[in-house]
Design a protein around this ligand. Structure first.
Ligand SMILES: [Zn+2]
Ligand SMILES: [Zn+2]
Length: 312
């Protein structure tokens, strides 16, 4: 957080604070200062990923498209999501049940039992401690993703993510608001459970988001036969988005892993394909609609969820 502190203070004092003052929300000043930090870290993250990944998409695309129009809505999702704006919208929409968001932002200081207290050896090995946190969180991420596919109502929400037929580095954040809320509660609960320090948690999230941007990118690339068993590659995750492949079979999909394919290997959901599949959901070929823009996608996801509940 220190690196961005000067920019954070400047933006906060010149824009956010006067705005809070004018609207009578001065009691929110502390949270707003944190939110300003989240916003700047998000912008920085997007800029770095864009510089690193975008040229690569042009040089070695997995798919060549006639037009990039379909990508635009995903850029909006990424901007809103990574800068914390979506978190704020959800917070105000669902104020009474959004308290977990508070703990998500204010995880510092309210850590119950630290993993490093339970395993003292981790105290002297910060890198080992960080890796342990990454592995534990990634394990829970895998199971969250399994549930998104397992339950019909949840798939109703998650199908919005899969409905992108022009998958790119921006697609990772294309999710339903309700799903984003559930995911934040899930992540915050796990972070509290294992007592990960706030700064480390932030780095784990940034690492996961970075790998996710890369794994969604429209790049013809994998990490080789063995590398693809160590870290999720663009090719590996493209199979997960493959039409039919990514949402059918006994596990209702394959290659669920977010960071480490080991979970797919352990739980029998890993799949390797020689050809690069086209992405999307099978019934889109029969004309099923999942929405073209942000609002229509949110509405479609919500009504698919309701339909899953009422059609039992
Ligand atoms: Zn999925
Ligand atoms: Zn995905």
């Amino acid at each position: 957080m220190n690196m961005i502190e000067p920019a954070q203070s400047y933006l906060f004092e010149s824009l956010v604070l006067p705005l809070l003052h004018a609207t009578g929300f001065m009691t929110w000043a502390d949270s707003a200062y944190d939110a300003t930090g989240v916003f700047l870290i998000g912008l920085l993250q997007i800029a770095i990923l864009y510089i690193l990944i975008r040229p690569w998409e042009s040089l070695r695309p997995a798919e060549r498209w006639q037009s990039r129009t379909g990508v635009r809505v995903d850029i909006l999702y990424t901007l809103l999501s990574r800068t914390g704006i979506l978190a704020l919208i959800i917070f105000f929409l669902l104020d009474p049940i959004a308290t977990p968001f508070e703990s998500f932002l204010h995880i510092h200081g309210m850590v119950p039992e630290n993993l490093e207290d339970v395993f003292p050896t981790l105290q002297t090995r910060p890198l080992l401690a960080f890796m342990t946190y990454v592995i534990i969180i990634d394990f829970f991420e895998y199971w969250y993703h399994r549930m998104q596919h397992r339950f019909d109502w949840w798939w109703g929400l998650h199908s919005i993510h899969h409905s992108q037929r022009h998958m790119s580095l921006w697609t990772d954040d294309r999710n339903h608001l309700l799903d984003i809320l559930l995911h934040s509660v899930w992540l915050a609960s796990i972070a509290n459970l294992i007592g990960i320090p706030g700064a480390q948690f932030l780095f784990v999230v940034i690492l996961i988001k970075g790998v996710e941007s890369l794994s969604h990118a429209n790049i013809r690339m994998d990490f080789g036969r063995w590398g693809d068993r160590i870290l999720v590659s663009p090719r590996y995750h493209r199979v997960h988005h493959g039409m039919d492949v990514g949402h059918s079979g006994s596990s209702r999909g394959s290659n669920f892993a977010v960071l480490l394919p080991i979970w797919d290997l352990l739980f029998g959901t890993a799949r390797r394909m020689d050809e690069i599949p086209q992405t999307g959901i099978l019934d889109q070929l029969q004309g099923a609609e999942y929405g073209e823009n942000f609002i229509s996608q949110q509405v479609a996801g919500f009504s698919r969820m309701i339909r899953a509940f009422t059609q039992r």
